[in-house]
Design a protein around this ligand. Structure first.
Ligand code: HEC
Length: 255
């Protein structure tokens, strides 16, 4: 262990006396331990132990550990800003807002037109006998062919005559009776002559659905060529019957 020079003890003792930490017992003697003395001073004797004890006492550090010192992360948690209470309703209403926002910004469903409504009704009510393309018994169904202008030959106009046929069917017309144009090329069509009966739809389809499915078989299946005026007129007719007010498509329901 390194020997501590006595003059350092003496200097320390004097300092402590000056600070009032210890009383001057005179152990240091009168000679100030300063330079110029050649560096070697006489040992001060008995006072040294006291000086060391006092120095140790004074050097005692603040007690370390315990409650006064906390890890940095706990301090950070305790001192950071708390979330203000008014944030809570915002947090809870945010999903609702997001939902409404998405609902409002998504594109509206395509509007129901007479043709789209008629297509849906045709799929639900007519395809089984007349086929998707309207081939009827020419395509494996039991109904009359409606495509290639066939239905337009039987019913030259979209009029009450045609509507009546769809409402009452073969039995309603009366088996053996002519329906449609009596001057139809190739001879008029007679109810029941195909050997199968067409059901009436007046009970299961609303007025505008009957009108729109007839438009569909004329304009789409049979390719009827109509003027813009006629189209506008038919749209107005369909709306007057209540068309375009339903929210759902489809021809399943009748009312
Ligand atoms: C159960 C089978 C069946 C269903 C379903 C059916 N039809 Fe028919 N349809 C027939 C038959 C059979 C005839 C021929 C009637 C007859 O000979 O008396 C016919 C004839 C017709 C005719 C007359 C065609 C012509 O040139 O003589 C039209 C128009 C017609 N159907 C439209 C429809 C529409 C529109 C639907 C759907 C709303 C429909 N049919 C559903 C069996 C069906």
């Amino acid at each position: 262990m390194t020997e501590v020079p006595d003059y350092l003890f003496e200097r320390s003792r004097q300092r402590r006396v000056a600070l009032g930490l210890i009383s001057d017992d005179g152990s240091g003697g009168a000679a100030p331990a300063v330079a110029g003395s050649g560096g070697v001073l006489a040992t001060s004797g008995a006072g040294t132990a006291d000086v060391i004890a006092a120095a140790k006492e004074a050097a005692k550090l603040e007690p370390f550990g315990g409650a006064s010192v906390e890890p940095a992360f706990i301090l950070a948690a305790k001192t950071r800003n708390k979330v203000p209470i008014w944030v809570l309703p915002i947090v809870f209403l945010l999903p609702l807002w997001a939902f409404v926002y998405v609902k409002l910004t998504e594109p509206p469903p395509p509007p129901i037109t007479a043709i789209s409504e008629g297509a849906a009704t045709y799929t639900a009510r007519c395809v089984s006998c007349h086929g998707g393309d309207g081939a009827g018994y020419e395509g494996g169904g039991i109904g009359r062919p409606l495509y290639n202008g066939e239905v337009l030959l039987t019913f030259p106009d979209l009029n009450q005559d045609m509507i009546h046929w769809l409402e009452v069917g073969s039995q309603g017309i009366g088996l053996g009776n002519i329906y449609g144009d009596p001057n139809r090329p190739g001879g008029p069509h007679i109810s029941g002559e195909t050997g199968a009966n067409m059901p009436g739809f007046g009970e299961v389809l609303s007025g505008h659905k009957i009108f729109s499915v007839l438009r569909y078989i004329r304009e789409v299946i049979s390719g009827e060529d109509i003027s813009e005026e006629e189209e506008t007129y038919r749209d107005m007719e369909w709306e007057a019957l209540g068309g375009g007010q339903d929210t759902g498509g489809g021809g399943g329901g009748g009312h």
